[in-house]
Design a protein around this ligand. Structure first.
Ligand SMILES: O=C[C@H](O)COP(=O)(O)O
Length: 260
């Protein structure tokens, strides 16, 4: 089976934005983007979806959200439904980010329900998995990431080929400590095998992103790994030059034919 898949570079702005800074950042990224081979997205805070949607409309940058409710509508104060995100042209929604798991107590079942809700509304969920430092040191990395992905596969198996997975070792997020390309590739390979078990040949077409202190310097080596299909970028996505260099690294890898 021949799989044609572009790498995806998705920025996760987290809770960093303002009307003025969004405009400046996106203007610079759009000016520097050129003819990108890889897919590009920005996952922005809810209040800025309309503004950013307007700025990136008709461009090569897709609009993303950082979360989506597990519920369709109703008395869920503070939540944003998939239908609402869809109205704003949202193409991607991050689900199960470790910061949601850690600070908002999101469990695997909730992450799975959010994944289903996004898929039902034509939004591609970026499903995050990853171990903490304590779990890695206890030799539990494989067990943790497989458990997190298994929950999503269990409930969404019939459309699992529509998701994006992001491996984000918690100890590498915002710390400047990046997983080595070999460490990341090893986990991505495990996840690919798990996806293959669930989706057969379609697994080769499911993008598995790496996230955790990816920057302009380490992106080329990470993105050259056979099972690393892009990046979920936090801090570096807030600086246009850095974000553009990561996109350029993804384009270089694609042009070099490292991936089919
Ligand atoms: O979603 C993005 C990740 O949490 C990575 O964040 P970071 O690039 O700032 O380490």
């Amino acid at each position: 089976m021949t799989v044609h898949k572009s790498k995806l570079i998705a920025g996760n702005w987290k809770m960093n934005a303002s009307l003025a800074s969004n405009e400046t950042l996106l203007k610079a990224v759009l000016e520097g983007l050129g003819a990108s081979v890889c897919d590009v997205a920005v996952c922005v805070p809810g209040p800025y979806l309309a503004q950013v949607g307007g700025i990136v409309s008709g461009s090569a940058i897709a609009l993303g959200a950082q979360d989506v409710s597990a519920h369709p509508s109703g008395a869920y104060t503070g939540e944003q439904s998939a239908a609402m995100l869809q109205e704003f042209g949202v193409r991607y929604a991050i689900v199960g980010h470790s910061e949601r798991r850690q600070y908002h107590g999101e469990r695997d079942e909730v992450v799975s329900a959010k994944t289903a809700m996004a898929l039902r509304h034509g939004i591609t969920p970026i499903v995050c998995v990853g171990e903490t430092l304590a779990e890695r040191e206890a030799g539990q990395t494989e067990e943790v990431v497989k458990r997190q992905l298994a929950a999503v596969i269990h409930d969404n198996g019939h459309c699992i080929s529509e998701i994006v997975v992001a491996y984000e070792p918690v100890w590498a997020i915002g710390t400047g400590k990046t997983a080595t390309p070999e460490q990341a590739q090893a986990v991505h390979h495990l996840l690919r095998a798990q996806l293959h078990h669930a989706a057969g040949d379609h697994a080769a077409g499911i993008r598995i992103l790496y996230g955790g202190s990816m920057n302009a310097a380490n992106a080329p080596q990470l993105l050259a790994q056979p099972d690393i299909d892009g990046g979920l970028i936090g801090g570096a996505s807030l600086k246009s030059a850095d974000f553009l260099q990561i996109i350029a690294a993804a384009n270089d890898v694609a042009k070099a034919g490292v991936r089919p």
